[in-house]
Design a binder for this molecule. Structure first.
Ligand SMILES: [Zn+2]
Length: 545
């Protein structure tokens, strides 16, 4: 009989199989799971060369799957200046002045993670404030939602944005008394971002940084929701040639500036979603329907608290949405849309109803990304149309109070996961990193607790169980990319992507879930991360067997 490369014993093995079986041991051979069962059953796979890992009661789960994040951006933020902690404009100006003083003139200065709701002034910086940092460098500061930025005068000049610039339909160049103040929303910000091209080296470095961090968080697969097409697609595929990059990517066909072209060109080239292999696969054709709730640009039927007339920004008309999505649907692709406000979510439901009326293709798994404010009336239609929703439970942790401030009572039923599951709707989840931390434990904690960082409880009736939360971050993520036959659960024949938690996650009190840690990550049968080396990996026969 063949012997295993690695055997895990004495664990709380959470298989996430059809019956959500819990067992004790797993054997791995080559890149795959060889056998799963009780210690006694798995012992027979131990040979002289087998590495034995005694889990001492800790949880072993399928590797986490983050079904919505931005991989290159996550890494690129590490190459920009982090302004998340600043408390005032003065603070930020002083910080960046200090940190950027050695950057040669003419080079870009980029800041990320700015949140106007956290600083004294309660607004984005103006061009004039950024000019205080430097007038010799083009500068921009991205808001934490990544939908809004502020640029200094130099950057505005390079982007040819001036007081006479035409107003935009799907974005806003903010003005004060007719003068451009540097704040650029939605599509307007692309005029600046398009100029600031990262080099190929920076891009690859960013993907490398992100992959290392993901693995340390137990994430073995991600759905990348892109940035600039085709660059992000090319860079991710190039990155996959680097043997040090240990991650599986489902790469979306999308572009922050011109997603219609991205979708059209991909179809013209004859590339459909699903193309690729276990490491990199082409994902859905995706477009943006609205902005963000914290930036008050998500498309909301009843507007915002204190500003009822602001209904957010809708990127395109219903007719345009239909015409863009018909082709990929008819060609056999998965389609997806960023839809946060209730107006946007309904638009995408209408669109999927429309395209499936043209061709009632089964098993399309079309996706709604975020689905943040989904009215109860839509739940039955979402179920009947077999739509997969990809909410972001971890958003509640840092942004919960802002949601309450911006949309009041409606915040309570945001991300209605309990309702989705009760209706039989398929739910996967994503961190939207770098918008929030990629750590899936925060997402799982929020699914179970729905408490903000400051302890505010939001819509407790939408809480779910720890078992359901684990399934959302594993099996359901695999389902959302049509890969549940090869990953997402611990079953013989599946890819050996696994994560060890430092305790029993099922017996952990729900309020303490936030503090559980990833102790080890296995990717493709290889141990790629150990939190404390020497803690429990032995290569010889163990006493416990
Ligand atoms: Zn996103």
């Amino acid at each position: 009989m063949k012997k295993a490369d690695v055997v895990f014993i004495n664990g709380e093995v959470i298989t996430v199989d059809q019956h959500f079986s819990i067992t004790e041991a797993v054997a791995i051979l080559d890149h795959k799971i060889m056998a799963v069962g009780k210690n006694e059953e798995i012992k027979k796979y131990i040979g002289g060369e087998t590495k034995i890992i005694d889990l001492e009661g800790k949880s072993l789960l399928p590797g986490f799957i983050d079904a919505h994040l931005h991989m290159a951006e996550t890494g690129l933020t590490k190459l920009a200046f982090d302004v998340r902690a600043v408390e005032s404009m003065e603070d930020m100006i002083a910080l960046l002045k200090q940190q950027t003083k050695d950057i040669p003139k003419g080079q870009w200065i980029r800041g990320w993670g700015f949140n106007d709701n956290r600083i004294k002034e309660g607004r984005m910086p103006t061009r004039w404030e950024l000019d205080e940092i430097s007038t010799k460098h083009p500068i921009y500061i991205q808001r934490s939602c990544n939908h809004i930025l502020s640029a200094n005068s130099y950057a505005l000049q390079l982007a040819e944005i001036h007081n006479q610039s035409e107003p935009l339909e799907d974005g806003e160049i903010e003005k004060e008394n007719g003068i451009v103040n540097g704040v650029l929303k939605e599509s307007a910000r692309m005029k600046v971002l398009d100029l600031d091209q990262y080099s190929e080296r920076e891009y690859l470095e960013a993907i490398q940084i992100a992959s290392k961090e993901f693995i340390a968080a137990g994430i073995t697969s991600v759905h990348d929701l892109g940035s600039k097409f085709p660059k992000h697609m090319i860079m991710m595929q190039k990155a996959m040639r680097d043997p040090d990059i240990k991650i599986r990517i489902y790469g979306t066909v999308v572009s922050f500036d011109n997603t219609t072209d991205a979708i059209g060109q991909t179809l013209e080239a004859g590339i459909l979603s699903g193309a690729g292999n276990d490491r990199f696969r082409i994902g859905p054709s995706k477009l943006f329907l609205d902005g963000s709730l914290t930036g008050r640009t998500a498309a909301m039927k009843d507007g915002y608290i204190g500003d009822k007339n602001n209904k957010g920004i809708v990127y395109l008309s219903q007719e345009k949405l239909h015409s863009i999505m018909e082709n990929p649907h008819l060609a056999g692709c998965q389609i997806a849309a960023h839809a946060i406000g209730d107006t946007a979510v309904e638009m995408m439901v209408d669109c999927i109803e429309h395209v499936t009326s043209l061709d009632n293709r089964k098993n399309h798994r079309h996706r709604i990304e975020h689905a943040s404010v989904t009215s109860k009336e839509l739940l039955k239609r979402i179920k009947d149309l077999e739509i997969v929703v990809i909410p972001n439970p971890a958003f509640l942790y840092p942004f919960g109070e802002e949601y309450v401030n911006n949309i009041g009572e409606r915040a309570q039923s945001m991300f209605p996961i309990r309702s989705f599951l009760d209706y039989g709707i398929m739910v996967a989840a994503g961190s939207d990193s770098p918008v929030t931390e990629y750590n899936p434990i925060i997402g799982i904690y929020e699914l179970v607790n729905r408490r903000t960082k400051n302890g505010l409880l939001i819509g407790p009736e939408e809480r779910i169980t720890i078992e359901e939360a684990i399934k959302i971050f594993t099996y359901n993520g695999a389902y959302a990319s049509f890969e549940e036959q090869t990953k997402g659960s611990i079953e013989p024949g599946k890819l050996a992507d696994l994560v060890v938690i430092d305790q029993s996650i099922l017996r952990c009190p729900s309020e303490d879930i936030l503090h559980v840690k990833v102790e080890m990550t296995v990717f493709n049968g290889e141990i790629v991360y150990v939190r404390e080396p020497n803690s429990f990996v032995s290569t010889s026969m163990s006493e416990n067997v």
